[in-house]
Unconditional design. Structure first.
Length: 114
């Protein structure tokens, strides 16, 4: 099953959702600001994405700049920061079985659902 980690207030996330709706495929929507992601799940997502935790952080968010920027953080600390402050998580994230992408640009989503 396809899963999209979605923030309705984000235009790129809305475009990702629209792409999935237009695909005709079944998918699940996780509004991660309303349904917090556990550290374990976030670690699994990061592994599927094949990136470092820091690469999933939205570094222009005010909370990042005020509380975390410039600090020497472990991967675990970065994951913990994203779990406690889900606005820091880049979006949308789309997972299809054992493949995952951050939908920026949105066309990346097509690479794992076709």
């Amino acid at each position: 099953m396809i899963t999209i980690y979605h923030n309705p207030r984000c235009s790129k996330s809305r475009l990702g959702l629209q792409l999935l709706e237009n695909s005709g495929k079944e998918f699940e929507v996780v509004k991660y600001l309303d349904e917090p992601i556990s550290e374990k799940i976030l670690e699994e997502i990061i592994t599927l994405l094949g990136i470092k935790p820091i690469d999933l952080v939205r570094k222009n968010e005010a909370i990042w700049k005020s509380d975390f920027k410039g600090k020497d953080l472990t991967d675990k600390a970065i994951i913990s920061a994203m779990v406690k402050n889900p606005k820091l998580i880049e979006r949308p994230i789309v997972i299809n079985n054992n493949k995952a992408v951050v939908g920026r640009p949105v066309d990346l989503i097509k690479t794992i659902i076709e």
